[in-house]
Design a protein around this ligand. Sequence first.
Ligand code: ZN
Length: 240
Amino acid sequence: MKYAIFSDVHANLEALEAVFADMDQQEVDEFVCLGDLVGYGGSPSEVMKLVYERVSLIVAGNHDYAISGKLSLEQFNTYAREAAEWTNEQLTEDQLDDLNTLPLLEMKEEMTFVHSTILAPEKFDYILTAYDAHMNFEEMETKVGFMGHSHIPVNFIYRENLHHNKDDRLDLDSDSRALVNVGSVGQPRDEDPRACYALYDSDEHLVEIRRVDYDIDTAANKIHDAGLPKLLGERLYRGK
Ligand code: ZN
């Protein structure tokens, strides 16, 4: 089976459409969304419609919960809070309910899917260091785990020892386990402005990180036209 796994769309419709177009060239069997569908971007309702149309396996991000009132906005910076309040007004009751009832973690075959951490998904902490990864490997029941949240793609691999790399291909042998951050579709932060997602071939145990160009101008203009903080549009060009 070939899975396309993506995260952190953040209401960026142009990036999402470009990513789906690329996925449609890759003979994908199933789509998985790791949360933060909305927040920051200018097309929350359209993004939710498209994701729910095409994806059956979706887990919750902190923005999804905050916008639907399940999580306090107190942890958010000014920009995120302003965008969250605006986004809440754009969505229908049904859409808010969909976000509110998303699960925090799902497992399928040899894979775990989560937005933040396997250790305590409800806390929305990050897996950034070798120590974080080690704690999460101890908790993970599957061969491979996929997460988002930091908007920065990275692979942690456990095979006798723990190491990490930023390779865009990861070939897992029978003794290896991995935690893979799939990056962000709609607001990359690794200084590469292209949309990012992962493919996983569960027969070959092969991870591929893909980058896709999209129409940043249109996405940034929508943020501007919505009256959202200027910085949220500007950062799309920098990928930061
Ligand atoms: Zn995010």
